[in-house]
Design a protein around this ligand. Sequence first.
Ligand SMILES: Cc1cc2nc3c(=O)[nH]c(=O)nc-3n(C[C@H](O)[C@H](O)[C@H](O)COP(=O)(O)O)c2cc1C
Length: 362
Amino acid sequence: MVAVVGGLLRLVEVPVVAAPMAGGASTPELVAAVGGAGGLGFLAAGYLTAGAMAEQVRRTRELTDRPFGMNLFVPAEPSDPAAVAAYRERLRPEAERLGVELPERIAPDRDDWEAKIEALLADPVPLVSYTFGLPSAVEVAALRAVGSVQVGTVTSADEARAAAALGLDALTVQGPEAGGHRATHRADARPGRTPLPALLAEVRRAGDLPLIAAGGLGDGAAIAAALAAGAAAVQLGTAYLRSDESGAAAAYRAALVDERYAETTVTRAFTGRPARGLRNAFIDRHEPYAPAAYPEVHHLTRPLRAAAAARGDLDGMNLWAGTAHLRARSGPAAQITRELWAEAARLLGTRPARHHSWGARL
Ligand SMILES: Cc1cc2nc3c(=O)[nH]c(=O)nc-3n(C[C@H](O)[C@H](O)[C@H](O)COP(=O)(O)O)c2cc1C
């Protein structure tokens, strides 16, 4: 099993990874398209049940023979209920205005972690990546035994050292420019602000695992700079949100390139964890009051976000986006992958057709 699953990675020639994007943006179609262009696609298990995750794996295998990864959210201890209750009171008038109910009681939520690990042991995928923390040593050993290459997501040199000590195979280094949640290992941590190139250098000094650079990479020049700074590959999220295969809603796709929403900001207002998105009225109203309580705040604001989405109200939705969102292209994801890599390769003096074969190093 080890040889079969890990060996597949030699097929990954283009050093471009389609980021896992929970909440619907990542689809099996997107993963298959990026894999077909020689890159590496990731599915996102966050917010899904283990059964829904398995269904995404099944559908992906139906579409492609290329290697792909699955990303998991690592659960944390429940947050302070008093802080969540205070934020509920703050949101109540808004809910009443919109005619929606906010949940009074939020059940503990481990994102179906144990069942997902069981499912990935029973039916392994080539890569598994972790976000919001690290798995246990026992879980790492079990997934290694079934041949999955394991990637930790880190936002600091300290988190990189912890991931390396656990024996993970590679690290995704997420800079502050990144769209979506900051992957800090603690929900209450204040995320670092060291820009991606400098963060890559810090993490490089802390160890020698292959690094995948993520955050604000929206064109060939940014990709070339990250690879020149020592990354083995780059991971792009926002750059794929407007692709044909993305699951992003039409209003979200349009907002990404709408000059009225040109600014991004990092906020806990929607989920209780810091996340970068297009700055809008909801963030401006609530950011100062949002507690560090993930995933409780995610569940608390869900009815408000759903009501805003139903009305197409961009000022009430969480529109996750990295700093390079205005450069997000539309069209087939395979074409976006080929174009971005060709632009980067030209700047790096590498022929795109040449097998970069970074996957073989994992
Ligand atoms: C809509 C959206 C959802 C995301 N969901 C996840 C996720 O489920 N797991 C994860 O590790 N990262 C997630 N991310 C972060 C990406 O992995 C990556 O760090 C980020 O997209 C890189 O920055 P960029 O968007 O500027 O390319 C998400 C990003 C976006 C934009």
